[in-house]
Design a protein around this ligand. Sequence first.
Ligand SMILES: [Zn+2]
Length: 612
Amino acid sequence: MPALCVALGFSGCNLRNSSSAGATNVTTPAKDHHTLSNADSIAVTHLWLDIAVSLDQKNITGSATWTISNTSGLSDLRLDTWDLTIDSVQVDGVKAVFRMDAADKYLGSALHIPIAAASAKVQIWYKTGKKARALQWLDPEQTHDKKYPFLFTQSESIYARSWIPCPDGPGIRFTYDARVKAPAGMLALMSAENPQVKNDSAIYHFRMEQPIPAYLMALAVGDIVFDAVDARTGVYAEPGMIQSARWELADMGKMVNTAEHLYGPYRWGRYDVIVLPPSFPIGGMENPRLTFSTPTIMAGDRSLVSLIAHELAHSWSGNLVTNATWNDFWLNEGFTNYFERRIMESMEGSGYSDMLWNEGYEILVDAVRDMKDTSRDTKLSIELNGRDPDDGFSDIPYEKGSLFLRLIENNVGRARFDTFLNRYFNEHAFKTMTTAHFLAYLDSNLIKGDTALQRKLDIKAWVYGTGIPANCPKFNPVRLRRVDSETAVFPVAKESVKGWSTHEWLYFLHKITGHTDKEQMKKLDEMYHLTLTGNSEIAFDWFMMALKAHYEPAYGKMEEFLSHVGRRKFLEPLYKEMMDTPGDQDMARRIYAAYRKNYHPLAQESLDKMVK
Ligand SMILES: [Zn+2]
């Protein structure tokens, strides 16, 4: 799901070479303009994190010890920091005189540490600042159970540096151990081997043996309990949510098996999900071993679990083979969207996954229309250097990226494409990937000089061209054609909607959004109680329709929805719709003033600009 990212690049910094052993002879290094670290030249291989979390003070204090190997003999190690106070630094146990650059608005400050060729350990004592963008500190009333405070992190894309001094670029990987002191009675969890029960000391130990980039560093602290789904998978949540979360995610074990069957072994040990309090600003975050998920997936009918399929799929695309820079983001998200739909096809059949593909295609059409089809950000390979990378976090990398892969599958056949993907994940496991390297790999391992295939795919148009290429796959899902015939007469007969999944409902609501008057809304509401739905996706569409049709009986429930849902995907369009309608602007201002405190700082940042 889209993680939103704000940064501005100005300083060229070579990342570790993205080429991988024996795959191709492409050796173009990736330039990451969003890290100030020089960990491309100094191997920074392991982190030992020893921190204490204060939910009262709303800060993290402690030390980060990095194992380094300075084979190039540089005299200065640079790490990324953002609003961190550095108290002291030691190099191999000896106090070092460090310095900080002036803070760049988006990138933060480079921390300079003097090192020698033989230096092996760098220890940094620090505390986090009030503006730490990765950290969301929830007061009790912002949680589900409303009893205790809560903390969770969101490090993607360049926010890890606001809670750990680190080399913060997706092309730099390291392993880690951590010791976290949580407040009494609280459980701490990380993107690592995790505890399943609280202990009296509230000190927890973590280990991540597989090398990961900094954006996958994650921490959650709160009144959290665990419930196993099966031997390998389980769910964490606040006590008041655990039962419904466990029920909703009952198929997780099956899902991991399905994914392995498609693209090879799951390499991370356990796969658990934490269902976070409502203010989590995004759908999910693929933190290794522990997906962070929005509670809005709890539809009560297991119909929104494709979000978990997406985060799980990142265990291959993204976490295992990682985009080298944020310009290559489509390699993480396009592959993951494709893989998500393959998992859902295996689990629910092609009738179901065709609806997901169709939804994706329509999202792409809308995104390209909204961005204007000549916008440079409708390319898969985007240029974020010197820009705010938030510009790159649109639907394009997800939907255009996955449709590009679907086009390849359609042309070479599923069996051949699956063999290719299996090999791709295997050969590049725990490595980074640039767009250029992927295309070269595709060329030498799948296309192999087949000029007819090259013409059919028109790769250049997809990767470096704007808009939607003419050969984009389209879908005609049988289940949605059935909806068309069932809804030809308004309002829809009750027996028709009985077998509808969330996706049939969304299709139907999209179709009539903007063409429905107050009377029709009232009729629909009487028949299907849409104002009262507990399904967040359907509720969102319904409230958008209500605003467009000025259907006021839904406004109270919409306000309730806005009071407890923190997901930007829902918040931003609803507030925008209100602000675009002169008569509704005061309502937007009033609701926002009342519930702004319930939203994540990233959501506040974009909504502050919108609701004035
Ligand atoms: Zn994703």
